[in-house]
Design a binder for this molecule. Structure first.
Ligand code: BGC
Length: 576
């Protein structure tokens, strides 16, 4: 996530290409279809919503099973009214022949309980009017919006209440300070000013559960949390098969097909420890597998930014299956709070990434047994997006030209993480998550203070001059993600700082590298990603800009003293 940045650039570039046509954006219409009746044991309802931009569109299809439970897979069919053509789809396998479209359930989500929903979606092209299909069929039955006159009226689908969890696990309690990170921070000049801050504990390999290379294992951290009298502990659960399919710096130890190993040697032992009655009084926040699901949307499946590794993971379904398994096992523990990763505004903030990502998260959460297994979501993990841009907003324009048309914003809908997190929360609630879900924002390295921080808006001579003069995010390009030069510590960790936000957190421990600046042989599975090399001149994902990375960085996760010192120097709010 670190490193999701790579993805960001990709999103940006695509968006740039489609941009001109997007100008007139998107009325979105919902068509709930209700017609005459089919049979009592089979029934379905379909909500079909599109975002149109004149020649292309994205569609969200929410199908609710109103009949008996479906276990052997489902097939949804419709005929387009016009010349619509599906170009890529998600949460289902799409096939089109003429006007006829068939969507089959993904291998990892074959069941559809009574009143459960599936959320396939797709991107398509059209000309003329983008009229919704007149009729949908689920497993051959026409979706009429009811299961038949003989059935009692059905309530909308609901998830079980989230047990006896509190609404916000951060509220009113002290968060655990990782003594290992704390000691490294305190050993840096001036570091003791922040070394008492809570940071994430990363379970980034099987050996980390017991303690890799002499460091504390999971039990040691939990015992220490009890000793500290902490009320909440923050874990990052990060060892998915084929981990980090779009960047090399955080590739992991498990191969693309190692799902069983992931379940039995990673998730099961973690769940076993967290379930120990001794820890029942601790609230345990688990950030489940950053980067993974958003990568399936932006970097796979026919997108121009697809990578072979992400295509492999999309095809084998092991990200979805792994995350669903983790959510189910961890969600069964009533003191555990699962948070899923929603990337950051510079990655998922474009229209063609935003809704599809939310829908995929909803489908995977549902595949875990219940969306109630998810307490919330995190943005900006290990990224550098500013929390709030004080000197410009997405609604500003210069001589009638929207800032969305500037090179920096490049048609994104957001300029900062707080606005993105709050909007994404709404989208998730629309997709069926509980309205009580809360967001976390990783503010560990998004402060952008120091001498280069603007002190007011830029000149209104051109939209680019305005945005570049106003923005506090001083990256060379929004898609840069590795050890960014000029970054500073951001807001200190804080519970309930803003509407819809459970906490500002330091999930990525400041001072831990995002990736090595050159090839370093290692036994952690980590590759060399040139986005971490300061001499790299970039690729299409960051629009061929310099990487902006600091020199002489160690492997991801390893201590990077020079970076820590720079983060401290450029902190905003300033330290002390
Ligand atoms: C690395 C992990 C590390 C984490 C926190 C990631 O980039 O891949 O190994 O634990 O950062 O620093």
């Amino acid at each position: 996530m670190k490193h999701p940045p790579a993805r960001s650039g990709r999103g940006a570039l695509r968006r740039g290409a489609a941009a001109a046509s997007v100008a007139a954006l998107l009325a979105s219409g919902t068509v709930a279809l209700a017609q005459a009746q089919a049979s009592a044991a089979a029934g379905c309802k379909v909500d079909y919503t599109t975002n149109d931009w004149g020649t292309g569109f994205t569609a969200s299809v929410t199908v609710t099973n109103l009949g008996d439970p479906i276990s052997g897979g489902w097939t949804l069919e419709w005929d387009f009214a016009g010349n619509q053509q599906v170009t890529s789809g998600w949460n289902g396998t799409f096939a089109q022949s003429g006007k006829h479209v068939t969507v089959k359930s993904p291998s990892w989500a074959q069941t559809l309980a009574t009143n459960a929903t599936a959320n396939p979606g797709f991107q398509g092209t059209y000309s003329g009017t983008n009229q919704a299909p007149a009729q949908f069929k689920l497993n051959g039955t026409v979706c009429t919006g009811s299961a038949g006159p003989t059935d009692p009226p059905t309530d909308p689908p609901t998830d079980p209440p989230p047990g006896n969890r509190v609404d916000n696990p951060y509220a009113g309690v002290k968060a655990y300070v990782n003594p290992e990170w704390s000691a490294k921070a305190a050993a840096e000049p001036g570091g003791s000013a922040v070394s008492n801050q809570p940071t994430g504990v990363w379970l980034d390999r099987i050996a980390a559960i017991q303690g890799a290379n002499g460091s504390m294992g999971l039990r040691a951290h939990l015992d220490e949390a009890l000793d500290q009298g902490a009320g909440v502990v923050q874990l990052v659960v990060y060892d998915l098969p084929g981990r980090d399919c779009s960047a090399l710096a955080s590739n992991g130890e498990l191969g693309p097909d190692d799902l069983d190993k992931y379940k039995t040697q990673f998730i099961d032992p973690i769940a076993g420890i967290l379930g120990d009655a001794k820890y029942a009084g601790l609230r345990i926040v688990t950030v489940v597998e950053i980067d993974s699901l958003p990568n399936l949307i932006t970097n796979a499946g026919g997108r121009p930014t697809a990578t072979p590794d992400c295509d492999t993971m999309k095809a084998n379904g092991n990200y979805e299956k792994g995350v669903a398994y983790a959510l189910q096992k961890l969600g069964a523990l009533s003191n555990v709070y699962n948070y899923l990763d929603v990337g950051h505004h510079g990655w998922i903030g474009w229209d063609d990434n935003f809704a599809p990502t939310a829908q995929l998260l909803a489908t995977v959460a549902q595949a875990s047994g219940s969306k109630g297994n998810v307490a919330g979501f995190i943005t900006n993990t290990a990224n550098y997006g500013a929390l709030q841009e004080p000197y410009y907003t997405i609604n500003d324009s210069v001589n009638g030209t929207s800032v969305r048309q500037s090179k920096w914003v490049d048609w994104n809908r957001y300029v900062d993480e707080l606005s993105y997190a709050q909007a994404f929360r709404q989208e998730l609630v629309k997709d069926g998550f509980d309205s009580g879900i809360g967001m976390l924002v990783d503010t560990s390295r998004n402060g952008w203070g120091g001498a280069n921080r603007p002190t007011g808006p830029g000149p209104k001579t051109s939209v680019d001059a305005y945005v570049d003069g106003s923005r506090t995010d001083r990256r060379i390009h929004l898609g840069n993600w590795c050890n960014q030069a000029g970054a500073g510590l951001g807001e200190r960790p804080k519970a309930a700082p803003a509407a819809g936000i459970d906490a500002y957190v330091w999930m990525k421990p400041p001072g831990e590298s995002d990736g090595a600046s050159k090839e370093i042989p290692n036994d952690e599975g980590k590759g060399f990603d040139r986005m971490c090399d300061p001499t790299y001149t970039g690729n299409p994902r960051n629009n061929n800009n310099m990487s902006g990375a600091l020199a002489d960085a160690p492997l991801s996760g390893h201590w990077f003293s020079a970076q820590f010192q720079e983060l401290l120097k450029n902190a905003n709010p300033p330290v002390r």
